[in-house]
Design a protein around this ligand. Sequence first.
Ligand code: NAP
Length: 525
Amino acid sequence: MSMTGQLLIGQRAYRGENGEFRGLDAATGQTLEPAFGGAGLADLDRACSLAEAAFDDYRARPLEQRAAFLESIASHILALGDELVERCMQETGLSRGRIEGERGRTVGQLRLFAEVVRQGSFLNVRIDPAQPDRKPLPKVDLRLRNIAIGPVAVFGASNFPLAFSVAGGDTASALAAGCPVIVKAHSAHPGTSELVGRAIQQAVSLHGLPEGVFSLLFDTGRSIGQGLVGDSRIKAVGFTGSRTGGVALMNIAADREEPIPVYAEMSSINPVLLLPHALRERGAVMANEFVVSLTLGAGQFCTNPGLILAIDGPALRLFEEAAVEALEKAAAQTMLTTGIHGSYCQGTERLRAHAGVETLGQGLEGERYQARAALFATSAVAFLQGLALREEVFGPASLIVRCNNEAQFKQVISALEGQLTIALHISEADYPQVRGLLPTLENKAGRVLVNGFGTGVEVGHAMVHGGPFPATSDTRTTSVGSLAIKRFLRPVSYQDLPAALLPLELADANPLDVPRQINGGRVHD
Ligand code: NAP
């Protein structure tokens, strides 16, 4: 399959005429062929009309067909073979191993959601049968199920060109829920986006689905992305990216005549708490593991460990020395885009120039668009003084906050903004202190983990990749794992519907064999 630079609107592919742009080679900054035509407002309107027209048909299709469609997207992505891997490597500067691994995750995610659809718990079927003889008043028959929310707009992330992009977690969970999807392609990997978009387009056709189930738009500015969020036919938004981008889209969605939910995953510095006993017992080992996590993928993970908290003393200083020793051997790595590289350089410069910050060490120097890892330290007092030291520096940079005592350690934790992850490094002797901290940590993060780092997000049923603002825009949800489907569903209750009119999943005989809760009892599989 070759790239054409065309918009994919339903089953059509044609060139957008609202300006053009090209992908860039992340390592050299050179432009890549072909040119991508930007969508105009008429293209946006066409994609939204098709999505709206497809909605009721798509969501009513049998669950088995929906599941097979998701699996078919996975197979079509794999069938793209090396063309996809190589284009993605070029556009992102990420290694073959990383891209192949991410492709595996993307395909695995689609298959996971196929299983979720088949299993049927996402429908949350609840039945409270009628009690006509109840006194003093008869009880009505009430039956509830979740239905798809409507067409969803998806904005992919630059740092996961496959797993959080065109066929990434947001798209997979929205399609699984029964929602048509319109993706606004990330401008940093347009070729990758087109290839994956065509794979989805083929799967739509193969499964005889209405064409508006999927469209892919390229935008040469901001008007198409913003227009999509503002369009009355769009009923929810999935976004992964910067805090400014996410907040801009949240504001547009909130200002609409009919406001809609925006599920934005934005900014997190993922604090790592080094508890005293663990720090004394295995500080050097922890330091080496920390540097591996910090520099993984040039630090371009939303779960990158951007902050270390510990009580100051000889054990922390030994940890710092070991971390600097490891960091100084860390090779510089190409960043995803020249813009991200520029922001990283500005962010590390800002920390270096801060009066309350000490530069502890740096990684090896590299080529023009490569990031040099960096480790800084500051006092708890300086950290608490303002927001300047709490901002995310996207890339392989981290800040150690030296606390004078346990009270200050707790004060720093309390001052943190919402996070995707908080990691604890502990020994058994630290358990009493950890027990006291857990309620605060739960209030701050979507995932609390022990003796590890947040990088490497398992895609499963019990994963939460979310958290209080600014980690995400909606602390009740996750963008990774099977629970992500909940974002694109809404409950509908049916009162006294005649059996002949009931949706199949609510029928007494349970012909779809879905898990159900009867009269508030246990859910039966
Ligand atoms: P981004 O710039 O927020 O872009 C994500 C998507 O949203 C892109 O499709 C982008 O369009 C679109 N977008 C952004 N702002 C918009 C707006 N105001 N109106 C309409 N659409 C908008 O995120 P990113 O590309 O992943 O990262 C870029 C910067 O965010 C980096 O400098 C990085 O430092 C920071 N950051 C990223 C992450 C992350 O997890 N990805 C985390 C923290 C910080 P275009 O493609 O046209 O730009």
